[in-house]
Write a protein that binds this ligand. Structure first.
Ligand code: FAD
Ligand code: NDP
Length: 528
């Protein structure tokens, strides 16, 4: 009976039968618990209250207001253990994508300066070109401050009420907003949880006391010096990559494998490319402790897989050991919202939680990609369904992503491992090739790791299942191919596409060597 109520009132059109029954199951727990029923206020002050003013929350709030809804967005940043805090906009703008991309770009500029000498620019010898961390830090922080300011103006113009407050649920229809001035209650028809996550620290002595995370690195008030990065996921590789590019000694401690979940052939090439640039890797190691020496250096002790102990001194220890969703603090039990089986994230069906009028988007979702455009797109589509009569659901399939390592790695679709698992090795074809970016030739940059791979079904037109590229501007290149994959790109169509010469993206239109053939994937000349 409970699920019938929920279907009548809340189920959004366009939902599949499987999703329907999954949602009914989720919501039956809510309805079984009588104390949550019958509290709905007839006079909700808002149409939508969003908890979390980051990528997903802000996009949803602005879109809902544009559709005529009365919207409030709560955002509050708890300082990091080192005391770092920031303004509105969430992780991406303040301590994620944006400062990371700027620092990555700074590192690429350093590399370009070296190349520039070969292209005729009269510059000092490489060893005499110095980088100033504090100047970069200031430029990056200035950019962030201006983005925070623009965001506040934008919210005001779009008639979204911004409340700098920490949100917690009081009951299923009321959120308490704790501000510096006190607590106020907000009632609403719908709620959106978009609180994202924060970095995890390993539970070892000294980690929180002496270590930093991505929350601190972009505003660090001294240069990081010799740095140990613990963790070999997106954040670990990107931070170690730009730090090395800016001239700092940088080492990555890998617990198991590099870039878990990604195509492992590609992940290993990314790692080799970083090693070639001087980033060091400690394989199959876990940190044991961090302590401060009398000289101010941080002594890190660690063990390898055979239990052997090691230690070394570093100026900075950066933990990039994953992120924790900020759900515990929300008092979700008071609203009846259930957590997923990991006890931390929120399971939804089409962004709807087990409580029909409470939704969630972004990094807080269970088993969904933790990426800014994913949070934004899901948030916008959701409020268009709630307030605009739309039926369009978010698809979490074939989402392109790029790891901004010194040589970037962009990909969309399936990894080789997943394609084999889903279709069987005999039913897929893998095209691959090493290639030479034209601009690498004059400065004689290494081309050893410029590699691409297209994974396709083996039958008929050979539908493309995955595309992977390691090389300069991989992020820019892969975006367009992601659109093509959405349109059911085939190998035939790819080969019938006339390339742009000389460009890296063109290499995808020239694929002709399959792994199965055993032929060498190395290029003969630039124009073959
Ligand atoms: P967030 O952006 O984290 O926003 C949540 C907001 O809610 C925060 O401001 C938080 O303080 C606030 N909040 C939390 N709890 C409460 C509460 N109870 N009350 C009020 N406010 C609260 N993604 C990419 O696509 N490309 C990249 O290049 C990229 N680079 C990244 C680099 C780094 C170093 C990191 C850490 C992440 C990166 N990401 C990148 C991931 C991206 O930043 C996240 O996927 C995205 O920010 C998630 O958006 P969100 O809305 O879910 O949460
Ligand atoms: P990830 O989960 O990707 O990586 C965490 C890393 O830390 C793994 O290598 C993991 O090893 C290791 N690790 C975890 N716990 C420990 C421990 N106790 N001791 C040692 N090592 C440990 O998390 P990230 O923080 O790198 O990234 C979080 C998310 O942010 C990503 O999934 C991504 O969606 C997003 N992001 C996106 C970016 C982009 O789009 N360019 C950039 C940065 C972040 P193991 O594999 O053994 O578990």
């Amino acid at each position: 009976m409970a699920s019938i109520v929920c279907f009548r009132n809340f189920i959004l059109p366009g939902i599949s039968k499987i999703e329907c029954s999954k949602l009914a199951l989720l919501q039956s727990v809510y309805y079984r618990n009588a104390r949550y029923c019958g509290k709905k206020s007839k006079h909700s002050k808002y149409d939508l209250v969003v908890i979390g003013g980051g990528s997903g929350g802000l996009a949803a709030a602005k879109e809902a207001a544009a559709l005529g809804a009365k919207v409030a967005v709560l955002d509050f940043v708890t300082p990091s253990p080192r005391g770092t805090k920031w303004g509105i906009g969430g992780t991406c703008v303040n301590v994620g994508c944006i400062p990371k991309k700027l620092m990555h770009h700074a590192a690429l500029l350093g590399e370009a300066l070296h190349d520039a000498r070969s292209y005729g620019f009269r510059l000092p010898q490489p060893e005499n070109i110095k980088h100033n961390w504090l100047l970069l830090r200031q430029a990056v922080q200035n950019h962030i401050k201006s983005a925070n300011w623009v965001t506040r103006i934008d919210l005001r113009d779009k008639k979204v009420e911004y409340i700098n407050a920490f949100g917690t649920f009081k009951d299923p229809y009321t959120v308490q907003a704790t501000t510096k001035k006190g607590v106020k209650s907000l009632t609403s028809k719908y709620f959106l949880i978009a609180v994202g996550g924060r970095p995890r620290y390993p539970s070892i002595p000294g980690a929180r006391e002496f270590g930093i995370t991505s929350d601190d690195i972009f505003s660090l008030e001294h240069d990081p010096g010799k740095t140990l990065v613990v963790g070999a996921g997106y954040v670990g590789l990107e931070c170690a990559g730009f730090l090395k590019g800016l001239g700092f000694d940088s080492t990555i401690m890998v617990r198991s494998i590099v870039l878990r979940g990604f195509d492992q052939q590609m992940a290993n090439i990314v790692m080799e490319a970083m090693m070639e640039k001087g980033v060091q890797f400690l394989h199959k190691c876990i940190p044991k402790s961090v302590a401060k020496n009398p000289n101010g250096k941080l002594q890190v002790k660690w063990t390898n897989s055979t239990g052997q102990e090691f230690n070394d001194d570093f100026d900075t220890v950066l933990f990039a050991t994953g992120r924790k969703a900020l759900t515990r603090e929300l008092c979700l039990d008071k609203a009846g919202v259930m957590l997923a089986r990991d006890g931390e994230k929120i399971e939804t069906v089409n962004e709807q939680t087990n409580v029909p009028h409470i939704y969630a988007v972004g990094d807080v979702l269970f088993k969904k990609p933790e990426l800014t455009p994913v949070a934004i797109h899901a948030g916008r589509l959701l409020v268009r369904r709630l307030f605009g009569g739309s039926k369009i659901q978010m698809s979490y399939e074939n989402i392109a992503t790029t790891i901004f390592t010194p040589l970037e790695y962009g990909c969309v679709g399936l990894s080789e491992e997943t394609a084999i698992e889903r279709f069987g090795a005999d039913n897929i074809e893998i095209y691959h090739s090493y290639y030479k970016p034209t601009e690498f030739s004059i400065p004689q940059r290494s081309i050893a790791h410029c590699y691409l791979k297209v994974i396709a079904k083996r039958d008929g037109q050979q539908q493309v299942l995955g595309m992977h590229l390691i090389g300069p501007q991989a992020g820019e290149v892969i975006q367009g191919f992601a659109a093509a994959i959405k349109c059911n790109l085939t190998v035939n169509a790819l080969l019938n596409t006339v390339g742009i010469h000389p460009a890296v993206a063109e290499e995808f239109t020239r694929i002709n060597i399959t792994k199965r053939s055993g032929k060498t994937p190395f290029p003969a000349s630039c124009c073959s």
